[in-house]
Structures are given as structure tokens and as C-alpha cells.
Design a protein around this ligand. Structure first.
Ligand code: M6R
Length: 606
């Protein structure tokens, strides 16, 4: 949700702010805006436009204002539609203070009423605008100290936020704060940055600082001061960013999604590296894995599907009961959790608000948390007892691909680890699985070498009103993932079903010509025959069968062959053609692949 960037330094601010916005646009693209301090004490220079960043860039033309500090915002709309007026930055009534925001201010209605009574004039429908007026008043009370004003204002806000503010009386100073929403500092030479994530400034510096909950950061070109809510100065928590700018660029691919699909062999290999023979026992130090009596996986969207696959593996190899919960539903049910419950949040971004809140609920009830995450230093791993990082590298496309396969790998590694620690997994079987895991990068490579014909195949169904996905066992969550990819990219009705469940209702959806993608269980397994019967059932009712299988299938109208692997590992191979089909369908239907409508990459609101 919303990308935020701030620059202060010796260089001109517009270029790094625009570059940051370009890199953060995947977080939201309903509008974009920039505010710069050009002349001390004068109204700020500001431009903002509804729509994608390109609309803003068009009106900017070649004009480069002489400014050395500024902030920029790319929006995913929550309060107020995607209009020019609702675009950030928002200004105080003097036009000298500008604010950008990611998150939701839950008490904005009462704040706004109070501020209007005090004479403030509002120009937008956003929750954010209340904060800029509050900050303007607080700054006066604090005799022009923007950081002190920010601390006071944060104490009055309910909800989640990352805030960045500048004031034209103080050129070169940017003040930020965060609660339940991401903000990192980029530490440069004679320049410093603030941003929603490190990709915004990765081409300028690889040094970053973490910011904790309710901390306020005050930067100039040569200083960084972090304080807690009471104003106490805190030590810096600096870390080195482990990837470089090229990882966040398209590198010759037409879209980030395509690049990320092709990066999967590496993402899998990097996530496996040094771990196939077992996880470092240090990784779970402090968690008594033998003493747990239940595992609860919490996640959203694609990560939830990875969790569903994880359930099959953990229950089988570690012989422990696993619930997989949609994070957005979990805490509101007030489920029973105790110290014997192991919570596994799965998140690519590490910032998904639903997952974070569900995890906090479980922690507050005594559960231990072992998270799976792709983003170093993000909030979810920071608040976990233990973390298993996936090493997929930065994922920019809104539709998750390489993060998903890396999450699957993490779930297999975790299941093996639990099985070993708990003594429930035969060492010979564990060894066989480890060998199969090690072969996966090459097998995914093999799948990628054969996806070319999928373009033509996909085009055949471009005008279909619906596509159904069937699977059994670990093929069922794979079917759900295939349907999700198609929905978010092709804007097409798509649903995933468990093969055996069809006859209990969904088979009524099948009509002559309905395309059905069948994810066939590994040949020779118990469910392969059952699934073959389910396929016959839909075929008999007129469906066109596109089968993903490691063996020939007579009933398939179109067969996508994948290599054989261990039956639990098959989703890693079968999901790849599904990703390619969704990608090709988006293109065939003229959709924006990397920035599908209404979506944003990192969902930092509930
Ligand atoms: O960053 P997270 O893994 O926590 O994100 C969870 C979901 O929002 C995410 O997987 C979403 O479903 C993807 N856009 C799907 O492609």
C-alpha cells in the first residue's frame, strides 16, 4: 500500500525522489505526488496527479526545481477516491508544511471535526489531511521543532501509519514516524533517505537503518536522529542490504513478473542452500519444538496457499496437527492459543497488516512464533521468536511467483526440521526428500524451457468467461493459487476446487467448452487414479481439459508435461505453468501485468 520516499542531501532532490517513486510504484498506483523545499520560508513546490506515476512525470516535463530536500508518494487509495485532490502530499493552510502517509488514521473523523472548528480548511476526503493540520498546530506549540511536533501528533493518532513531513522554514530536514507500517532510513554520504522499503534508494546506498514501532526519525544531509515517543534518543540499528539495484530492475524482460517467474530456479536454490541436510538448530533457539501440540499457519493470498501445502507436509512428516488460517479472519474469532501452540506466519513482505495483527494476537496469548519471510528487517520477522528467511530476492510484480515457490521450499524445510526434532520422520525418507529437493532448481528450469507453447494455448481461452482449476492433496492449494493468479492478472472468473469436492456442487458450473485446468497428482500415487476419474466426470459434461501431469493422460485435450518429483514437492513444478498461463492471459486481454487494477504489492492496512 502506498510508497513513500524522502531525500535530503547535496544533490538535487527531484531525481532521487522520482527514482524512488518509480521503484516503489508497485506498492500503489492510484496517484503520485511530490513536494520540495525550494525557497526557505516560502510555500512549498508541489505537484500531484491522479493515476500512475507517468501522469505526474508528464506534467513535470524537464523542469528541475533547485531543491535539496523533498518527499514523494505513490498511493493506493483507502479514504477518498483516486483524484488529484486526494493525492499526497497534503499541505497545511499556509502551504509550508507537507505530509505524506501510508496506512489508515482510524480517528480521522473526530480529528477533522475538531480541526475544522479551530479554523482549518480541508481540501481532500483523506484521513491523512487531518494529520497535516494537527502537525501544523503542534509545530507552532513546539516553537518550530518538527520532530517534537511529530511525536506529539503520533500520540493523538489511532491506526497505522508511516508519516513523512517537511517544512519550508527548515530546508534540508525531513521528519518521519511509523506505527504498524514500514519505514527505513537509507544512510548515504552527504545525503540521507527515508522510504517504505530499501528498493527506493538501493542505487544510492546499501546501508540502512531499521526503525521500531512508534519511533520518530529526524534526518538532514549529515545527521540521523532516532527517538522514541518520549523523545529519548535511540541507538542506530544499521544493516547492510544484501542485494543490489539490478535485482530490482527488469533486466531485459518485458515485465517484472516474467523476470521473477524465470528467477525461480535461483530463488529455490538460494532458499535451499546450506539447509537441505537440516536447518541450523540455532534457528529455532528458544522454541521447544518437542513441546508444541499444535501448529497454526497464518498468512494471506498466495502465502496462505503456501501454508496449505505446508500443512500436508508438516502433518505427514512431523505428525502434528496443523491449522492454516486466513490472517484477516484469525484474531477476530478469538481462537484458543497457548504456549504449546507454534504460530507460523508466512509473508513475502513481512509487513502484511492482517498477518502481523494475527501474529501479535497469538503472541499475546503465549504462543511462540516461527515466521517465514522474504524481507530482511521487516516487522513480522522482527517480532518473531525465530525466522526462516526465504531468499527469493526482491519481488516487485504485484502477482507473487518466486516468493511463492521459495515459501513452499521453506515449508518443506520446516516440516523436515519438525519431523527430525520430534523424531517422527524416518531418516531414510528424510534423505530421499532432501535429494529430491536438491533437484528442484534444475527441474523448474526444465519446466521453464517448455512453456513457450502456453502462449498460443492461453490465447484459445482468452474470451472464456471462466476457468476452473482442479487438484487433490497438495494439488488442491496449487489449484487455488492458479485461480488466484488468473483472477488478479486476467480479471477473469477463476476458481480452484478439490477434485473430490466437485460432485458436491461445483460440477454444475461445467458447461460445453468450459476450460478446466487439472493438476494431476504424481503418477503411481493413490490419488492419481481418483483425480483421473474426476477429470472424466467434467470431461463428460463438455469441459476442455488442460492437464498438468508428469505422465500422459488420455482424457487431456491439452497436456502440459512436468518432470516427476516427490508427490509433496509437486506444487513447485505444477505452479510454474499456471503462473505462465496467468501472465499470458493478462497480455492477451490487454491488462497491465505488473500493476493489475485495484491491487498493491504490500498490503499494510487491515
Ligand atoms: O507480503 P505477503 O506475502 O504477506 O502478501 C500476502 C498477499 O497479499 C500476497 O501473496 C498476494 O495475495 C499476492 N498479490 C498474490 O499474487
Amino acid at each position: 500500500m502506498c510508497g513513500i520516499v524522502g531525500y535530503t542531501g547535496k544533490g538535487l532532490a527531484l531525481s532521487p525522489v522520482l527514482e524512488g517513486l518509480r521503484r516503489l510504484e508497485y506498492r500503489g498506483y492510484d496517484s503520485a505526488g511530490i513536494a520540495l523545499v525550494v525557497t526557505k520560508g516560502a510555500p512549498l513546490w508541489i505537484e500531484k496527479r491522479a493515476g500512475k506515476l507517468g501522469n505526474l512525470e508528464e506534467i513535470l516535463g524537464d523542469a528541475i526545481p533547485e531543491s535539496h530536500s523533498g518527499i514523494g508518494h505513490t498511493r493506493w487509495a483507502t479514504h477518498g477516491g483516486p483524484t488529484d485532490d486526494n493525492a499526497h502530499p497534503h499541505l497545511d493552510n499556509e502551504g509550508k508544511l507537507a505530509l505524506i502517509h501510508n496506512g489508515i488514521i482510524e480517528n480521522y473523523v473526530e480529528l477533522r471535526a475538531e480541526l475544522e472548528k479551530r479554523g482549518h480548511t480541508f481540501k481532500s476526503e483523506t484521513d491523512t489531511e487531518s494529520v497535516v493540520h494537527l502537525l501544523s498546530d503542534a509545530r507552532k506549540t513546539h516553537k518550530g521543532d518538527l520532530a517534537a511536533a511529530m511525536r506529539e501528533v503520533c500520540g493523538q493518532l489511532r491506526g497505522s501509519f508511516t508519516l513523512l513531513a517537511i517544512h519550508s522554514d527548515e530546508p534540508g530536514r525531513i521528519v518521519g514516524s511509523r506505527r504498524n507500517s514500514p519505514l527505513v532510513v537509507g544512510v548515504g554520504e552527504g545525503e540521507n533517505f527515508l522510504a517504505s522499503d530499501v528498493s527506493a534508494f538501493i542505487s544510492h546506498t546499501k546501508r540502512a537503518l531499521e526503525l521500531g514501532q512508534d519511533e520518530v526519525v529526524d534526518i538532514t544531509a549529515s545527521s540521523i536522529v532516532v527517538t522514541d515517543a518520549s523523545g529519548k534518543v535511540l541507538p542506530h540499528r544499521e544493516y547492510e542490504i544484501s542485494w543490489d539495484a539490478s535485482a530490482a530492475e527488469r533486466g531485459g524482460y518485458a515485465h517484472f513478473m516474467l523476470k521473477e517467474i524465470y528467477e525461480q530456479p535461483k530463488a529455490i536454490a538460494d532458499t535451499l542452500i546450506g539447509r537441505t541436510a537440516g536447518l541450523d538448530p540455532e534457528i529455532t533457539a528458544g522454541i521447544d519444538l518437542k513441546g508444541i501440540n499444535k501448529v497454526v499457519i497464518i498468512a494471506c493470498g498466495t502465502a496462505y496457499h503456501a501454508g496449505l501445502v505446508g500443512k500436508y507436509a508438516i502433518e505427514k512428516w512431523a505428525d502434528i496437527s496443523v491449522d492454516v488460517e486466513l490472517a484477516s479472519e484469525y484474531r477476530y474469532r478469538e481462537p484458543s492459543v497457548d504456549a504449546q501452540t507454534l504460530i507460523i506466519p508466512i509473508s513475502q513482505s513481512g509487513e502484511t497488516m492482517d498477518t502481523l495483527m494475527a501474529m501479535r494476537y497469538a503472541r499475546s496469548h503465549g504462543a511462540r512464533v516461527f515466521s517465514v519471510c522474504n524481507t530482511n528487517g521487516s516487522t513480522i520477522p522482527r517480532e518473531s521468536d525465530a525466522v526462516l528467511y526465504t531468499h527469493a530476492g526482491p519481488e516487485i510484480a504485484v502477482a507473487s511467483t518466486k516468493a511463492f515457490t521459495a515459501q513452499l521450499i521453506a515449508m518443506y524445510l520446516l516440516a523436515l526440521h519438525l519431523g527430525r526434532v520430534r523424531g517422527t520422520l524416518d531418516s531414510k525418507i528424510a534423505h530421499e526428500i532432501e535429494l529430491e529437493l536438491a533437484e528442484l532448481p534444475a527441474k523448474v528450469e526444465q519446466v521453464l524451457e517448455t512453456v513457450e507453447p502456453l502462449r498460443e494455448l492461453t490465447r484459445k481461452f482468452k474470451d472464456s468467461s471462466s476457468m476452473l482449476f482442479l487438484g487433490r492433496h497438495v494439488g488442491f492449494p496449487t489449484a487455488l493459487e492458479g485461480a488466484l493468479k488468473l483472477k488478479e492478472l486476467a480479471y477473469m472468473h477463476a476458481e480452484g476446487f478439490a477434485g473430490g469436492e466437485l460432485k458436491h456442487g461445483p460440477i454444475a458450473l461445467i458447461d460445453t467448452g468450459t476450460p478446466v485446468i487439472a493438476i494431476m497428482p504424481a503418477v503411481g500415487t493413490l490419488l492419481a487414479e481418483k483425480m483421473a476419474s474426476n477429470v472424466q466426470e467434467v470431461k463428460a459434461r463438455g469441459a476442455i481439459i488442460i492437464a498438468i501431469s508428469d505422465a500422459p493422460l488420455a482424457s487431456a485435450d491439452h497436456l502440459i508435461r512436468i518432470p516427476s518429483t516427490h508427490e509433496f514437492l509437486q506444487p513447485i513444478l505444477s505452479v510454474v505453468p499456471l503462473q505462465v498461463i496467468a501472465y499470458e492471459m493478462a497480455i492477451a486481454r490487454g491488462n497491465d501485468v505488473d500493476q493489475p487494477r485495484n491491487l498493491a504489492k504490500s498490503v499494510t492496512v487491515e
